[in-house]
Design a protein around this ligand. Structure first.
Ligand SMILES: Nc1nc2c(c(=O)[nH]1)N[C@@H](CN(C=O)c1ccc(C(=O)N[C@@H](CCC(=O)O)C(=O)O)cc1)CN2
Length: 299
């Protein structure tokens, strides 16, 4: 019985954080302290855990934290006011609205209100449009983390067949866009709940990214021997956290990331990276920095 090599997001994220701490020290030396804002609405335990982790990371690397918490009963107007306040707060370099929002809140209206220059998640329509056009801008954290994780584990991307299961806003949809950029040039199949025979698509793929939020969806017989399999979606149960990938996939796959310690820590590391990049751009654009505006990336 073969056992797949573990893809270690915790280690790669720790290395990225060390490098970011150096860049933050340099920014602070130039009088600029980056600050991450978060808006969290409601009491979802998972969202609270993720936001707490994001602020722990900030303190590890020297980024300031601005936390906004609203009750699950907050109105659309109250959530929108919180966004406007962070847009106007000079201590806030960039911020995120933790998703999902309660069902009565119109998520798209909230995301559209974020100042695109402070959009640390890369989910504002302007920044998603830039991604489609190949223009520079902040990239959604989980897809950016997935691509970095694959690179750091020597998993080839260009020309490879990817099957991404789930086409949500934070993972599947932007990941498909990023993997098909000229810099990656992968061949991507995006599967969703209406896809017929998802297993046929995964079996034909070199890399499977499971982001459906269905516990143990990807079974060993769904995987081509030696393929790379990333577990992104998680389900919280009383027995603990279950990933979208069945543990026995380890007996077939070449490389596997687990339900924890894989893509999650990379999502957080990429959020910090986006904040540091926004802060560095802010300094570069100050009069007298001598740096030109970035040009359009040609497809
Ligand atoms: N505004 C956003 N909301 C959400 C995003 C996002 O990118 N932006 N993604 C997900 C959740 N997410 C980020 O917020 C996230 C998921 C997982 C982790 C993480 O560190 N996971 C740990 C396990 C933590 C635990 O015990 O639950 C791990 O994998 O080891 C961080 C962030 C939805 N919302």
């Amino acid at each position: 019985m073969t056992t797949a090599t573990r893809i270690d997001g915790k280690r790669v994220a720790a290395d990225i954080k060390q490098e970011l701490a150096v860049r933050v020290r340099a920014l602070r030396g130039q009088g600029s302290r980056p600050g991450l804002g978060t808006i969290l609405v409601g009491e979802d335990p998972g969202s609270h855990a993720y936001v707490a982790g994001k602020h722990r990371d900030c303190s590890d690397v020297g980024i300031a934290s601005i936390r906004v918490e609203l009750p699950a009963t907050a109105s659309q107007a109250e959530v929108e006011d919180a966004v406007r306040r962070l847009n106007d707060d000079p201590a806030c370099t960039g911020f995120i609205v933790q998703l999902p929002l309660p069902a009565h809140i119109d998520t798209h209206r909230v995301l559209q209100l974020i100042d695109p220059d402070k959009d640390a998640d890369g989910l504002h329509p302007t920044n998603l449009g830039k991604l489609v056009l190949g223009m520079p801008g902040p990239l959604p954290c989980t897809p950016r983390g997935i691509i970095e994780l694959l690179r750091q584990h020597d998993v080839p991307i260009t020309g490879q067949r990817f099957c991404v299961i789930g086409c949500g806003l934070t993972v599947g949809r932007p990941l498909g866009l990023m993997l098909t950029r000229p810099t990656e040039h992968a061949t991507v199949t995006l599967c969703h709940e209406a896809t017929v025979d998802v297993a046929a698509h995964t079996r034909a793929s070199d890399v499977v990214v499971a982001a459906a939020g269905v516990a143990h969806l990807v079974k060993p017989d769904w995987v081509r021997p030696g393929a790379t399999v990333l577990s992104v979606g998680i389900t919280r149960t009383i027995e603990g956290i279950l990933g979208d990938v069945h543990p026995e996939v380890d007996t077939v796959a070449g490389k596997v990331s687990g339900a924890t310690g894989g893509v999650g820590p990379m999502t957080r590391a990429m959020l910090l990276t986006n904040i540091v990049e926004i802060a560095e751009r802010g300094l570069d654009q100050q009069p007298g920095s001598g740096l030109a505006a970035p040009s359009l990336e040609l497809a």
